[in-house]
Write a protein that binds this ligand. Structure first.
Ligand SMILES: *[C@@H]1O[C@H](CO)[C@@H](O)[C@H](O)[C@H]1NC(C)=O
Ligand SMILES: *[C@@H]1O[C@H](CO)[C@@H](O)[C@H](O)[C@H]1NC(C)=O
Ligand SMILES: *[C@@H]1O[C@H](CO)[C@@H](O)[C@H](O)[C@H]1NC(C)=O
Ligand SMILES: *[C@@H]1O[C@H](CO)[C@@H](O)[C@H](O)[C@H]1NC(C)=O
Ligand SMILES: *[C@@H]1O[C@H](CO)[C@@H](O)[C@H](O)[C@H]1NC(C)=O
Length: 470
């Protein structure tokens, strides 16, 4: 048989097999949304955009952002940058209910990156706050001081309602601005953002132009100064560039974004946990060692048994690279971490896992793929009521554009997928129920393009899949 005949014969068999396979898988597959988007190029907002404007005055604080400062929500880390001189790292704060003013003192740091020198980056952890209280806080000195506010979460407890926003891979394009605006104007009001990594995309500029870290900080300040964003590191936080002498991974990110990792006995800001209201949030790093015996592995191994579902019924994991992803982008990049940690997620009944990385949206059924032992051939994901729902929410709108190419047919594990920019919200109601919805940027602020009532895996482990209802 000539090579070309062999090839075409093989091709015929493949086509026939392919048809049989796709038929059987399609029967179980989820929804690939039929939404038709206008095809537009995703471009970054120019440096003179309104969202990047520098607050007036000498050394005025800018790029203000807050995050949780301890394990339970009674502390807040306030961070900001002053451009001209170190100035003051003190935060003056007071509760809405009292005139008594308090002071907390912070620290200032700087870093250089290739030929860029950062401004003065301030971090101040305000501790011993009261739960569920609105605080005002003032930073900067004299005429150039600025005042913002935040509300601390309610005390940790099993039936405390709390609403999280979910944003990933945001960047600083015109679409990023739409995503942030939609999050702000969504009638489902997020109280804190779970951010699944890839912040500024400064590394897409020549020499990772860190000026784009500064513009990003100013762009998101309108949200990050008023509610905590819980940070996860993505690949765009690595800024590893030996070709220009920058060999310390995560340098700009770790200088600019502090997280309370020591409060959860972590040894690295790249993985840590917090409790907030009725949720226990575990943040992992796709770009740090996670194999057996590594610091992240040992931390997670000791961390998971500490989660008390009577106190915090909702166990949520954030990680940048998705484990289940049916787009033809970053395909299987999360696979090695899945192999390491998925058995634990099933054992400890994680409720939901949120990831970014792929610039599109996808939600899975509750599935696991933990039976395979190299020789038994059991290597396909199966429905598993102890497993989490996996959501890819890397559709924040950065300059790299949308991931539109999907693997076909849609795998049975994938419940809903669509290549559009947007954000999601998770509204925890009590220990049994949470309402999850995804909001695409083209729609009105109140429109939910995908939605599901999520049943808690410990307190109400009922199958909530679409298939279970039909
Ligand atoms: C850094 O170097 C690049 C090119 O090598 C140049 O365009 C840029 O102006 C420099 N920036 C600073 C702050 O010196
Ligand atoms: C960004 O969005 C805000 C709020 O919708 C708007 O005021 C601003 O003009 C937008 N900026 C750009 C550059 O699109
Ligand atoms: C779990 O939390 C509940 C409620 O806060 C508490 O009563 C119980 O003692 C905790 N269990 C453990 C093992 O710490
Ligand atoms: C989609 O991705 C597949 C797999 O990488 C590739 O073979 C195919 O050409 C892509 N299709 C388009 C339209 O880019
Ligand atoms: C929990 O919240 C859900 C949704 O709002 C509600 O249907 C259910 O009755 C609540 N459970 C309790 C015990 O209040």
């Amino acid at each position: 048989m000539s090579l070309s005949r062999m090839t075409s014969f093989g091709y015929c068999i493949l086509v026939v097999l392919g048809l049989i396979v796709s038929e059987s898988v399609l029967c179980n597959g989820g929804v690939t949304s039929s939404f038709v988007r206008k095809v537009e190029k995703t471009i970054d907002m120019p440096l003179d955009s309104d969202v990047f404007s520098v607050p007036p005055g000498h050394n005025t604080p800018q790029q203000v952002h807050i995050t949780q400062g301890d394990h339970v929500g009674k502390a807040v880390i306030v961070s900001w940058v002053t451009m001209d001189e170190p100035g003051s790292s003190t935060v003056v704060y007071w509760s809405e209910k009292s005139k008594q003013k308090y002071k907390a003192s912070g620290k200032v740091t700087t870093y250089t990156y290739y030929n860029y020198t950062s401004g003065y980056i301030h971090h101040c952890n305000i501790k011993n706050l009261k739960f569920d209280t609105k605080y005002y806080y003032k930073i900067g000195i004299g005429r150039v001081s600025r005042t913002f506010w935040f509300t601390t979460p309610p005390e940790v407890g099993p039936d405390v309602p709390y609403t999280f926003g979910l944003i990933g891979d945001l960047g600083q394009s015109f679409d990023s601005n739409k995503t942030l605006t939609h999050y702000e104007l969504n009638p489902i009001k997020g109280q804190a953002v779970l951010f699944v990594g890839d912040l500024s995309y400064a590394d897409n500029y020549p020499n990772h132009d860190n000026v784009r870290w500064d513009t990003w900080g100013r762009f998101v300040e309108r949200s990050t100064a008023y509610q905590p964003w819980i940070w996860t590191a993505g690949n765009h936080e690595l800024d590893f560039a030996p070709e220009i002498g920058e060999t310390k991974p995560f340098k700009p990110y770790t200088h600019r974004y502090h997280v309370p990792f020591r409060a959860s006995d972590s040894t690295s800001p790249l993985w840590y946990s917090i409790k907030r209201a009725s949720a226990y949030i575990i943040v992992l790093s796709s770009y740090s060692a996670y194999g057996k015996y590594t610091p992240q592995y040992k931390w997670l191994e000791e961390e998971l048994p500490k989660v008390n579902r009577t106190e915090t019924p909702w166990l949520i994991v954030l990680v940048h690279s998705p484990w289940y992803n049916s787009y033809n982008y970053h395909y299987m990049e999360g696979e090695t971490m899945r192999v390491m940690y998925e058995p634990w997620f099933v054992q400890y009944k994680v409720d939901m896992v949120f990831a970014g990385h792929v610039h599109a949206y996808e939600r899975t059924e509750r599935i696991s793929n933990v039976a395979y032992n190299v020789v038994n051939g059991e290597c396909s994901p199966i429905k598993d009521q102890s497993a989490p729902i996996y959501v890819t929410i890397g559709d924040g709108g950065n300059l790299e554009g949308l991931a539109t190419n999907m693997t076909e047919p849609q795998p049975a594990y994938s419940a809903f997928r669509e290549a559009s920019f947007g954000h999601a919200t998770l509204a925890i109601k009590n220990r049994t129920h949470a309402y999850y919805s995804w909001h695409r940027n083209q729609d009105g602020y109140a429109v939910e393009a995908d939605k599901i009532w999520v049943n808690n895996r410990v307190w109400h482990p009922v199958d909530e899949s679409t298939a279970a209802k039909s």
